[in-house]
Design a protein around this ligand. Structure first.
Ligand SMILES: [Zn+2]
Length: 309
């Protein structure tokens, strides 16, 4: 039910009908604006029909770089809850969206603002801010959705924010949370069993997007195709990688990239070294198989095990 409709009956409806409308919390919905699709999917897992959730980016878009388009500003203006990864992942566009939307409910420090990345242990936290190491990830690695265990703390935080914003439906959010966590923990056990052969395997990653996935699966990242986070691969850097990886296919087990990275550099290096290049979705919609949070991790494992059983 929209907020317009909620106000309308006060003026025009009979008393009994008004009371029905005003005392029908299950019909209510909260508008959730997320920066990345994984948080939209998580909000839907917890809130079901009670939430109307939409992401600023889709699974084939690089969340570091998007335009603060007028359509997005309008959505932030109408949002009850904003859920973003934070840790500077959206530093190039989210501050502009928040300023232009002028919606105090979703500003930092309010119940309508949730920085998902702040709820988990951060990796790659630099000891000092050194811009010579690139402009990205200066607050630690933001790609926290690579480890499914991180969703547990974030789901709890999200359910808490939803309950504060919409207290009438707090019990429903708690039930949604418990149902999700139960299914999620079972799924994690299955993934960890399937992923056993991956332990200790060596990867070269396009960007440092997979740090949390690698930490979870016990993969070892040897190098990145980007010379520094956010700096596109250069021919001299790729030549150095080729030199160190060799041409016998044994220098690493995988060359991995995100769905939104151009395959050119990883395919060039795969061709020269004989190491398989594998695209791994990093969020829902990053592949046609990754239709929700569960199939996202199913697909990541399918792709890794499919390229090298
Ligand atoms: Zn990044």
């Amino acid at each position: 039910m929209t907020s317009t409709l909620r106000k309308l009956p006060v003026l025009v409806c009979p008393v009994v009908f008004c009371m029905m409308l005003l005392s029908a919390p299950l019909m209510a919905d909260i508008k959730v604006f997320t920066c990345e699709p994984e948080w939209t999917a998580l909000a839907q897992e917890i809130g079901g029909d009670l939430v109307d959730a939409e992401s600023a980016t889709h699974g084939l878009q690089d969340p570091h770089y998007i335009q603060a388009r007028p359509s997005l500003i309008a959505k932030v203006r109408q949002a009850d809850l904003l859920v973003c990864t934070g840790s500077q992942l959206e530093v190039g566009w989210l501050p502009a969206l928040l300023t232009k939307a002028n919606n105090p409910k979703v500003l930092p420090g309010h119940d309508g603002f949730l920085e998902a990345g702040s709820l988990v242990r951060k990796l790659d936290v630099p000891e000092s801010v050194d811009r010579s190491q690139g402009d990205m990830h200066v607050g630690g690695n933001p790609h926290v959705q690579g480890n499914p265990h991180n969703f547990t703390a974030i789901a709890k935080g999200l359910a808490e924010h939803m309950s504060r914003i919409d207290p009438e439906n707090a019990a429903a959010y708690q039930t949604g949370l418990e149902s999700f966590l139960q299914r999620w923990e079972t799924a994690i056990k299955g993934w960890e069993q399937r992923a056993q052969p991956l332990r200790g395997r060596k990867v070269v990653a396009h960007h440092r997007s997979f740090t949390y996935l690698e930490d979870w699966l016990g993969l070892e990242e040897l190098a990145t195709l980007e010379p520094l986070p956010g700096i596109p691969p250069t021919s001299s850097h790729l030549a150095e990688l080729l030199e160190s990886l060799g041409t016998d296919g044994k220098g690493a087990d995988y060359i991995i990239r995100e769905a939104y990275q151009t395959p050119k550099a990883s395919e060039w290096l795969a061709d020269k070294t004989g190491i398989p290049a594998v695209m791994l979705p990093t969020t829902v919609g990053g592949s046609k198989e990754a239709t929700d949070l569960f199939t996202l991790f199913d697909d990541v494992l399918d792709r890794l095990l499919g390229a090298k059983p």
